[in-house]
Ligand binder design. Structure first.
Ligand SMILES: Nc1ncnc2c1ncn2[C@@H]1O[C@H](COP(=O)(O)OP(=O)(O)OP(=O)(O)O)[C@@H](O)[C@H]1O
Ligand SMILES: [Mg+2]
Length: 243
């Protein structure tokens, strides 16, 4: 099953979700791969891997290098990483030069999927050929949303561009439940959007600390509210996917 953390907007919690959820999947016993598609390589950094693909991103995306040999192990059992590469900043161009651009990422993943129960795609914030290729490759989009009025429009835009066959699982991220506005917004959202996950990821210093510890929450703050939320979120996602 291929799950992409996706949003058009940047800085909403895509990478934090990808790293923590992939970690939990692996810890549950599932062989798991995380493909860091963002040239900035944040999830590669958090998992302590060198942000480099031998031969570059162009060859990988065009099917000219074997993805299996580009995969790195992480410090965690059953969790592997296909790292970011700075050349991914040109991925749109590389895809555009192929025959079926939107099929490419799915094609690259094809030989890998039998080996992994879950593949996570950590996407760069954009709406582009890369996103279209992600939509074709993914069974579901995990969409972190800020509790802000504009998020409703963001979700409408994602609905417009993503394929109907791709399940969308939006959830609230960076929530300050002391704020009345956050609570009100979340309530009205839930009424209009039955697909919203019920679990909410709180605004928590622990998540920011991941940048210093370079580790998933479970490794350094398993009892904190953020770790609890991600465990609950993963459980809810699995239930919704029947996985
Ligand atoms: N729940 C949270 N509470 C507090 N800080 C958070 C939370 N989630 C993410 N952050 C912080 O916000 C910043 C952006 O988070 P993250 O990298 O997960 O978002 P992103 O959507 O992947 O960003 P980008 O679009 O740049 O890839 C990071 O510094 C991260 O530590
Ligand atoms: Mg990111």
């Amino acid at each position: 099953m291929v799950l992409a953390t996706y949003n058009i907007k940047g800085g909403v919690g895509k990478t934090s979700a990808a790293v923590n959820l992939a970690y939990l999947a692996a810890r549950d016993g599932a062989s798991t791969l995380l493909w860091d598609l963002d040239p900035q390589g944040a999830s590669t950094y958090l998992l302590r891997v060198k942000p480099k693909i031998k031969g570059g991103g162009r060859r990988l995306v065009r099917g000219k290098s074997n993805p299996e040999t580009r995969i790195k192990g992480t410090d965690y059992e059953r969790l592997d990483l296909l790292p970011a590469d700075f050349s991914y900043r040109h991925m749109d161009l590389h895809l555009d030069a192929t025959k079926r651009p939107t099929r490419r990422l799915a094609q690259v993943l094809k030989p890998l999927t039998p080996e992994y129960e879950f593949v996570f795609l950590d996407c760069p914030p954009s709406i582009s050929l890369v996103s279209e290729s992600v939509f074709e490759a993914a069974d579901a989009l995990l969409i972190p949303l800020l509790p802000a009025a504009l998020s409703a429009r963001t979700l409408d835009h994602i609905d417009d561009v993503a394929r109907d066959g791709t399940q969308k699982l939006p959830f609230f991220s960076m929530v300050d439940s002391r704020k009345r506005m956050h609570r009100d917004l979340m309530q009205s959202f839930a009424e209009q959007r039955p697909e919203m996950l019920h679990t909410v990821v709180p605004l928590a210093a622990d998540v920011e600390r991941m940048g210093q510890t370079r580790a998933p929450l479970e490794e350094f703050a398993p009892r904190g509210g953020a770790a609890v939320a991600f465990r609950e979120l993963w459980k809810e996602i699995r239930e919704r996917l029947g996985a």
